[in-house]
Write a protein that binds this ligand. Sequence first.
Ligand code: 5AD
Ligand code: SF4
Length: 409
Amino acid sequence: MNVRDSEAVAALLVAAGHEPAKGEEDAELVIVNSCTVRQKAENKAIGKAGYLCAMKRKGESALKAVGLMGCAVARLGEEELKKQLPGLDFCIRPGHLNEIPYLAAGADTLGAHPERCGFSAFVTVMTGCDNCCSYCIVPKVRGHELSRPFADIVREVECLAHRGVKEVTLLGQSVLKWREGETSFPMLLRRLAEIDGIERIRFTSAHPKGCTDELVSAYRDCPKICRHLHLPVQSGSDRVLKEMGRRYTRDEYLAAVKKLRDFDPEFSLTTDVIVGYPGESEADFEATRTLMDEAGFDNAFVFKYSPRPGTRSAALEDDVPTAEKERRDQVLLSDQERRGLERNRRLVGTVREVLVEGPSKRNRHRLSGRDGGNRIVVWDAGETKAETGSVVRVKILEAHPQILLGKVV
Ligand code: 5AD
Ligand code: SF4
């Protein structure tokens, strides 16, 4: 979502007559987009803005203005941030992106339609969150859930397809809850799958309650809908899930997993997990470990609990010591390495349809892309002239925990 917002702001600035800088060194204006979901994320953004403000004050670079946007602005407020960051020129609250051209020096026009060209694009379908998970600051900084109108979403995706976009990722904090009257999220998916030029439809994030038969039948009928779901579980302990206010039990979560894997055993599932939630015992943690094995996640993001002021869980004692959080984090990551490798090994010998993203970051002689399951697939560039944004068929020869190696067939 933040990547999407940054792109929208960049487009607004370009429409207002600004030009993208080559890099931070020759920029006259830098806007830092902040996240506040964990304290570490917030510190990183504010630290970066502080560094830029200091650069500006020294006057040794081209930098003339520094702005801050994103959820840290909603949490801390402009007054507090300007106190913490001498030299900060402006702040933009979430949902007020349109103010940017006014705030940025030299801006004169408004009204650009934010867009991202290339072969892949993000499309916001829902904003806000009504879930109130005990640890989460998002509902406070992003407000209530709101579904964007069906017609607006269809128009935007048609417009993107027209510009050559092949893959869209629909964004919402709880995207499966999107609704317009009688029209459900799976019905929206079916409509978007009819749009010529769009080859892949993804969406994030999901809640197990949204994994309905209606969703599965949309997957079955529409090959364009990628068989991958990011389904944050947060914990495998019923006691912790209840405290978190996640509104599902371990068994309900696993039933959603089973439904998707019964439909397609290679269905790719990724998740988020929090370790060290207040009162998380060794037994709770073990329950998370066994759940992760039972679910057989293809990938997992592990977060150490970070109390966010103003959330319900901030009133609880943050009683799992930092070293213990660190240990649990490492245990889950090494479990996931093993599990990712096992899951990927099953794909050796199969042919994957891969959307080409470009040269591999680690090895320039290789090309890299993603299969429908969002798995990274890499192959030798010498063998093919596959263009960025095209789909190639790659036979998998070698599996690694986070990557598949293959050759184009
Ligand atoms: N502490 C640690 N992790 C958190 N997340 C959200 N809030 C917190 C917090 N206070 C994690 C959740 C969520 C992901 C985006 O960040 O796992 O799914
Ligand atoms: Fe936060 Fe829960 Fe909403 Fe996700 S669903 S944004 S964890 S409150």
